[in-house]
Write a protein that binds this ligand. Structure first.
Ligand SMILES: Nc1ncnc2c1ncn2[C@@H]1O[C@H](COP(=O)(O)OP(=O)(O)O)[C@@H](O)[C@H]1O
Ligand SMILES: [Mg+2]
Length: 262
């Protein structure tokens, strides 16, 4: 029997003692955790807890002051955002900003991993390979647009999309790169209930196909229906990790949200 090493249970994302400060303010304070391959991790906590800053440090959009980040056993700490993306860790933004005048399809084709055409030499030396890869990227982009239900809008400028449709567009955009793990920053924010259900379904479906997720979210119904484990951040620190039930009923978590002892 052959065994596929990537499907065996193991920690896909390992974070050790990660720190990030803004001047004297410790926004991320010695955060450590491990997320298993195939998980849909949740990250919750009151506003200002440091969740987005943690995402920024994990994805290379900001450099941490200290600490380690390992993706599939490989250190990605200190790498640029494009290098982290190329390594297989993709993210969406709290407020998606698609290129407004580019079409929906063009927006999804913008950032595939390690596209040959971006490199001058390969462009010059291997035009047929580049053309073949562009065709492949377009096929993948169409596949993911279909998956998120935006195919009928592929020729429209992205500016016409609603907030919820922009979140679906982002999901399609990151899936084109075949990431190992996707970090979603507040996928439910500003999204109407029908589209929210769609987003939940899509995340479930992608997870069933093998994509690992880490999701920042304030909508606790969404967290409870999708996420395990759920990690709670408060004042830059990881307060606790558990099932949605465990963390939402923990007095320390209630206290963190209320900002005062219960
Ligand atoms: N670029 C920045 N410069 C200075 N302070 C920042 C910056 N980004 C975030 N902060 C501060 O760091 C803390 C954590 O913010 P953030 O990570 O956005 O929290 P969350 O996403 O949990 O709401 C807050 O006090 C915020 O004001
Ligand atoms: Mg945030």
């Amino acid at each position: 029997m052959t065994s596929n090493p990537t499907s065996r249970p193991h920690a896909l994302l390992v974070v050790e003692a990660l720190c990030k400060n803004f001047g004297g303010h410790q926004a991320v304070d010695h955060v450590s955790f491990a997320l298993q391959v195939g998980a849909i991790g949740g990250l919750i906590g009151p506003n200002g807890a440091g969740k987005t800053t943690l995402f920024n440090c994990l994805t290379g959009f900001m450099q941490a002051a200290s600490g380690k980040v390992l993706l599939d056993g490989v250190s990605i700490g200190g790498r640029s955002s494009s290098a982290v993306f190329a390594a297989g860790l993709a993210r969406t933004f709290q407020i998606p900003r698609p290129f407004p005048e580019m079409t929906v399809l063009e927006n999804v084709m913008v950032a595939p991993r390690g596209q040959l055409g971006e490199r001058f030499w390969s462009n010059w030396l291997q035009p047929r390979m580049v053309a073949a890869q562009e065709r492949e990227t377009m096929a993948a982009a169409r596949h993911w647009l279909d998956f998120v239900g935006l195919s009928s809008l592929e020729g429209q400028p992205a500016r016409i999309l609603s907030g919820g449709q922009r979140k679906l567009l982002e999901l399609a955009r990151v899936m084109v790169s075949a990431p190992k793990i996707v970090l979603l920053d507040e996928p439910g924010a500003g999204v109407n209930p029908a589209l929210l259900d769609q987003i939940v379904d899509k995340v479930h479906a992608l997870n069933a196909q093998g994509t690992t997720f880490l999701i920042i979210e304030h909508n606790m119904d969404l967290v409870a229906s999708l996420c395990k484990p759920v990690m709670v951040m408060a004042q830059g620190q990881l307060l606790m990790t558990g099932s949605a039930d465990e963390v939402l009923n923990d007095p320390r978590v209630v206290e963190a949200y209320l900002g005062s002892p219960v």
